[in-house]
Design a protein around this ligand. Structure first.
Ligand SMILES: Cc1cc2nc3c(=O)[nH]c(=O)nc-3n(C[C@H](O)[C@H](O)[C@H](O)COP(=O)(O)OP(=O)(O)OC[C@H]3O[C@@H](n4cnc5c(N)ncnc54)[C@H](O)[C@@H]3O)c2cc1C
Length: 497
């Protein structure tokens, strides 16, 4: 305890350091000036260096302070993954205070904070900017020359994604709009873990699944086989194996688990920070929502691709019913199940009119949009329950905060007049969040980026206003000059006469 108090005292903005001596900053070493030739650290200037990442920070800089827990979490995640997937190899993490060691930061021409660079072994110039992109650990490992085979990457749900999303996540995080940064990889990872968890917990008795439950399971897996993107190989492999061996799988938990055990367990066994919120082992319901949203977008994709053969398409009402039955039979959270079934069966949110058997394209979109609204309804209910417990009344602002996405995440999702959601924009946003980066998603993201930036239209408007102002001014000046010339000429004429 006393050591912790001491550590906190050492590492304050006033002391000049953010990490030095703190107990929570492992595996980051904050350079203290006590090693290396002439006050310059070996890990930057030495010749015998390994792959490493170095943050240059200023302790007074608010972004550096906000970045601190994220840099630590990132370093821990990379270190864990390197240990698990690239045994015998290592990436080290360092930090340098540019207030205390300004000459080093000058050597590296650091003009803004924080800067985080990755260095190749033995090299003194950075190989890669780690901030703000925060690349996936596998991308970092690749860049720094650590070897991991492709199969291991696949087993860890490694889906390369565009830079823009990672940038956006970090920028939201830095601006304090997102307490738990979330990338699409996290979303997919959480969905896979929850899918696996649900498959391992289907049986509530020793005996075989009832006929009803077996039928529901078959329908659910057949639905997911269509709706889950091919990139989530882990889910597809399990679905294929269980469906191939279905009669045996439904006989007992042992049989089911034996099938599931044919596949290696994911190396990253915990849900992402955005789902666990720092509580290891938590995250199942969060990942389950992810799985549902991915499938809701996926089934529209499937239908679009099955346009030629309408018999393969799945209507919005069929999709809703499959999800409902899965929750009824297999979702272990009693309260969640009861509330969901009550809302579904009593046609809340106009479900009975919205989820229809028709095969019109626009009707398919009702399924993901309805699910999004159901999720927001749960978010609001949870916030109200919490407020009740704390005997406080919710403000409009509180209620707005319970809704997803926030205005900053998707400014274009809101109607500026009444603050309601715009369906088309929300559907695009759902695709950006829950579907792999294909061309359509990229286009949606580009549009979102433009709205998010907000600079383009404003800059244009400003330029046009300025131009109009200038033209008016020139015309006015011209008019005044002309008027005064005419008057002078008239005066001269009068004098001459
Ligand atoms: C079907 C279902 C019903 C549930 N019912 C209850 C209940 O009645 N009572 C209860 O206490 N808990 C219920 N839960 C659990 C609860 O909804 C949360 O999962 C849990 O509280 C964890 O919350 P979270 O903050 O991690 O985010 P979650 O609400 O689990 O959301 C996961 C992620 O989804 C994204 N997201 C949030 N809202 C939306 C949205 N509207 N559309 C798309 N994406 C979104 C966010 O990125 C978020 O991080 C239910 C869960 C499920 C799956």
């Amino acid at each position: 305890m006393s050591q912790q108090i001491k550590a906190e005292k050492i590492s304050t903005p006033e002391s000049g350091y953010l990490y030095l001596g703190t107990t929570d900053s492992y595996p980051i070493s904050d350079y203290d000036g006590n090693h290396g030739a002439s006050g310059r650290p070996d890990f930057l200037y030495g010749s015998d260096t390994g792959p490493r990442v170095v943050e240059f920070y200023a302790p007074w800089c608010p972004h550096c302070k906000k970045m601190r827990p994220h840099y630590i979490a990132y370093a821990q995640r990379v270190t864990k993954l390197v240990n698990e997937t690239a045994p015998g190899q290592e990436i080290k993490f360092y930090a340098i205070s540019c207030v205390v060691h300004s000459m080093i930061c000058k050597d590296y021409k650091i003009t803004g904070y924080p800067r985080i660079f990755a260095f190749l072994p033995g090299q003194h110039t950075p190989a890669m900017d780690v901030f703000p992109k925060m690349p996936h650990p596998f991308e970092l490992m690749d860049k720094l020359g650590l070897y991991v085979d492709e199969d291991t990457k696949l087993r860890n749900n490694y889906v390369p994604e565009s830079e823009s999303l990672a940038d956006r996540v970090v920028s939201l995080m830095i601006r304090g709009e997102m307490s738990h940064p979330r990338s699409k990889r996290d979303t997919f990872h959480d969905a896979v873990l929850s899918f696996n968890f649900s498959m391992r917990n289907l049986f509530t008795t020793h005996g075989p699944l009832s006929d009803d439950a077996s039928k529901t399971l078959h329908q659910w897996l057949s639905f997911l086989r269509k709706a889950i993107p091919r990139q989530l190989v882990e889910i597809h492999r399990v679905i294929d194996s269980v469906l191939n061996d279905f009669d045996s799988a439904i006989k007992s938990e042992e049989n089911m688990v034996a099938i599931l055990d044919r596949f290696p367990k994911p190396v990253r066994s915990d849900w992402s920070d955005s789902c666990t919120k720092g509580q290891s082992g938590m995250g199942y319901t969060c990942g389950l929502w992810d799985l549902f949203h991915i499938a809701s977008i996926g089934i529209v994709e499937w239908n679009t691709n099955a346009r030629e053969d309408r018999s393969k398409a799945v209507s919005a009402v069929d999709a809703g019913n499959v999800l409902r039955d899965f929750i009824a039979h297999f979702f272990g959270c009693d309260e969640c199940r009861t509330n969901f079934l009550k809302a579904y069966d009593s046609c809340e949110l106009d479900r009975c009119n919205r989820l229809r058997p028709t095969m019109i394209t626009t009707a398919w979109n009702e399924f993901p949009f309805w699910l999004f609204e159901m999720h927001n309804a749960v978010n609001l209910r949870l916030m109200r329950e919490q407020a009740n417990e704390e005997t406080r009344t919710l403000t409009e602002e509180d209620e707005r905060r319970s809704q997803w996405p926030t205005r900053l995440e998707c400014p274009g999702c809101f109607n500026n007049t009444n603050g309601s959601f715009i369906k088309e924009a929300v559907l695009q946003h759902l695709r950006i969040e829950y579907w792999p980066d294909d061309q359509i998603t990229q286009e949606y993201r580009k549009r979102l980026g433009e709205t998010l930036d907000g600079r383009q239209p404003h800059t244009m408007l400003f330029a046009i206003t300025l131009l109009c102002g200038l033209v008016t001014l020139v015309l006015l000046l011209g008019y005044l000059v002309r008027k005064s010339l005419l008057r002078r000429r008239r005066n001269l004429n009068i004098k001459a006469n």
